[in-house]
Design a protein around this ligand. Structure first.
Ligand SMILES: NC(=O)c1ccc[n+]([C@@H]2O[C@H](COP(=O)([O-])OP(=O)(O)OC[C@H]3O[C@@H](n4cnc5c(N)ncnc54)[C@H](OP(=O)(O)O)[C@@H]3O)[C@@H](O)[C@H]2O)c1
Length: 268
């Protein structure tokens, strides 16, 4: 058994694994010899992808059908993996694309994002952190976004919830490192996923090249154990570094104008 599968196997759990970056994570774990639990809502898609992963990589898979925003959604994953020796969990689901003024949108939509991006990661990270500490090794990956770098108009709740994921992962990284467990936030930029393509966002690819989901997942798993925060892709890393040198209010305005142009909304 190589170091990766010893540390993060023999099973990995990916929450939000039926397409996009989450499916990329499932494939990347399998390519590294780790069996995968694929969890999300769409059972047919999960089964199709799980079969493809088994035949391509010769690992075992398990499908877990759950809505992570339901009260018992994250617990469904906990129950479905109780008999497995899990070494890694990736909380991927989270990009409910769409934009608008916070006070004009339904409260339920904002709370949905809090459930998906805050409550779900807390429940699963808490459960698996305990299990990983008990076995003395493991990895926790929480997906975040460049949208988390400062508050952004039009996606205020999304941006805030993704900042929560960064801070949660960073705090856990400090607590868990001496116990043999790695925690890491992934800061992704615009990535060619079905969710992004269906969102109505318009990305000018002559200015900003979309990343591919498998590249984000591969880079993240390569970085796991080396850092508590990994920025996907050199272009995003440059932008991330540059924005951290600017006054936060400027970054917030810049992010807001970016959201406006992405979703064809009035500049602020
Ligand atoms: N794509 C981007 O440009 C981008 C940029 C920055 C950050 N990110 C981050 O990367 C992650 C993945 O993004 P993505 O674009 O691939 O889209 P996504 O919609 O967050 O992820 C898609 C996956 O999540 C599952 N999912 C969505 N809602 C769910 C729910 N309520 N319960 C269970 N599973 C659910 C979907 O499967 P089912 O439909 O089968 O449930 C699918 O497998 C997110 O955390 C996002 O914030 C993405």
């Amino acid at each position: 058994m190589d170091n990766f599968s010893h540390r993060y196997g023999p099973w990995a759990v990916v929450a939000g694994a039926s397409n996009g970056i989450g499916l990329g994570f499932a494939r990347q774990f399998a390519a590294r010899g780790v069996n995968v639990v694929l969890a999300s809502r769409n059972e047919a898609a999960l089964r199709t992808e799980a079969e493809a992963i088994e035949s391509e990589h010769g690992v075992a898979t398990r499908v877990c059908v759950t809505d992570l925003t339901a009260a018992d959604g994250p617990a469904t994953i906990i129950d479905a993996t109780a008999d497995l020796d899990v070494g890694a969990v990736v909380y991927n689901a989270g990009a409910v694309h769409g934009a608008g003024l916070f006070h004009e949108g339904p409260l339920d939509e904002a709370l949905f994002l809090v459930d998906l991006n805050c409550r779900g990661p807390v429940v699963l990270a808490h459960h698996f952190a305990r299990r990983f500490v008990a076995r003395g090794r493991g990895g926790i990956v929480l997906m975040s976004s460049m949208a988390a770098l400062a508050g952004s108009a039009y996606v205020a709740t999304y941006s805030a919830s993704k900042a929560f994921d960064i801070n949660l992962a960073e705090g856990l990284a400090i607590e868990l490192r001496p116990r043999g467990v790695d925690a890491m936030a992934v800061v992704a930029g615009a990535t060619r996923t079905p969710a992004l393509l269906a969102s109505g966002a318009t990305v000018d690819e002559s200015v900003y090249s979309l990343m591919e989901p498998d590249d984000v997942a591969r880079g993240a798993l390569d970085a796991l154990g080396t850092t508590s925060l990994w920025v996907a892709g050199p272009g995003n890393q440059l932008a991330y570094d540059a924005m951290r040198t600017l006054p936060r209010s400027d970054v917030s305005l810049f992010m807001s104008q970016g959201s406006a142009s992405l979703y064809d909304l009035p500049l602020l």
